[in-house]
Design a protein around this ligand. Structure first.
Ligand code: SF4
Ligand code: SF4
Length: 306
């Protein structure tokens, strides 16, 4: 069995408890305006061009067997087969391809290399993306293999999948890092391209099964960053019996990737949010009995239902 992965990142401290290896999957059904990993959205390989290195010699246009690179150097993503010819032939080393197939055995072997660090730190392996649920069989097999090895697993997910698919994939994970982008159905659609009905249904399912869930809320300027939004989120979490939430303030770490992928970026130039400016926002959650934080070590101590 093979998965199509964007990256395997070691020594992560931000995606679950302890020191973790994060396996980033390719493919995502959402199109969040603020996405900081746009290279993971496409299910196949993505060609990135470093515009600072490129001298516009058009060698890549000449060698592409699929005719996928146009004279203006934009890439027809539907035509690209990720063959790598352009990367090999670019004299400036300006091109790269994100995404490659990896077998289950290879992925597992890489994850197990850091077992001593997991044991020392209370860490483990996190599956992230993109959206892991787009490669559900590979994800489930990997989670089960890690479980057999006694490794703690976390699944970072948008929760957007048919209910049966979601549960089959999520069930073997020890912890769900569950993104909630907006409490309001229509505004969720305006920011992500999908409604939140399925997502909330799946969230209820895992809570009913008493899985460990940490809701993670990306806070995005002009989308969900007002005090009224904090109130809306708090009421939603309360109604679900959730007692904890992690806030993820908007940042611009992904900006350069849009340029390299030749994709439009709707939030270009939008100022980042800083924790110190969000205390009032956070306080709304706390006033509603929700232990709300930005980041901390004891993310392990997540309980689903109060
Ligand atoms: S081959 Fe490299 S340097 Fe030449 S146009 Fe293509 S990306 Fe730019
Ligand atoms: S990876 Fe291959 S098919 Fe895709 S743009 Fe480069 S040369 Fe063309």
């Amino acid at each position: 069995m093979e998965g199509f992965l964007s990256n395997i990142q070691k020594f992560s401290l931000h995606d679950g408890p302890g020191i973790r290896t994060v396996v980033f999957f390719k493919g995502c059904p959402l199109s969040c305006l603020w996405c900081s990993n746009p290279e993971t959205r496409e299910p196949g390989g993505s060609v990135l061009r470093d515009t600072a290195r490129c001298v516009r010699c058009l060698r890549c246009v000449e060698v592409c067997p699929a005719g996928a690179i146009k004279d203006d150097l934009s890439v027809n993503r539907g035509a690209c087969t990720a063959c790598g010819s352009c990367v090999r032939e670019c004299p400036q080393k300006a091109l790269s391809i994100n995404g490659r197939r990896r077998s289950l055995e290879e992925t597992l072997r890489i994850c197990l290399q850091d077992r001593p660090f997991y044991e020392e730190s209370g860490g483990g392996v996190t599956l992230s993306g993109g959206e892991v649920l787009t490669q559900r069989r590979f994800a489930r097999e990997l989670l089960e293999a890690l479980r057999r090895e006694g490794i703690h697993t976390a699944l970072e997910t948008t929760g957007y999948a048919p209910p049966g698919v979601f549960w089959q994939t999520a069930e073997p994970a020890d912890l769900l890092l569950f993104d909630i982008k907006h409490y309001d159905r229509d505004r969720h659609f305006s920011g992500t391209g999908v409604y939140n009905d399925l997502i909330l249904d799946n969230l209820k399912t895992v809570l009913a099964a008493r899985k460990a869930v940490l809701p993670r809320l990306p806070v995005i300027p002009g989308f969900n960053d007002s005090l009224m939004d904090a109130l809306g989120f708090s009421r939603l979490l309360q109604s679900l019996g959730l007692k904890q939430a992690q806030l993820l303030p908007f940042h611009q770490f992904g900006e350069k990737k849009y340029e390299m992928l030749g994709l439009p970026y709707p939030l270009r130039g939008v100022p980042q949010l800083h924790r110190e400016d969000m205390e009032e926002y956070r306080q709304v959650f706390i006033d509603h009995g929700i232990d709300c934080f930005f980041e901390r070590e004891e993310q392990t101590a997540v309980s689903a239902v109060g």
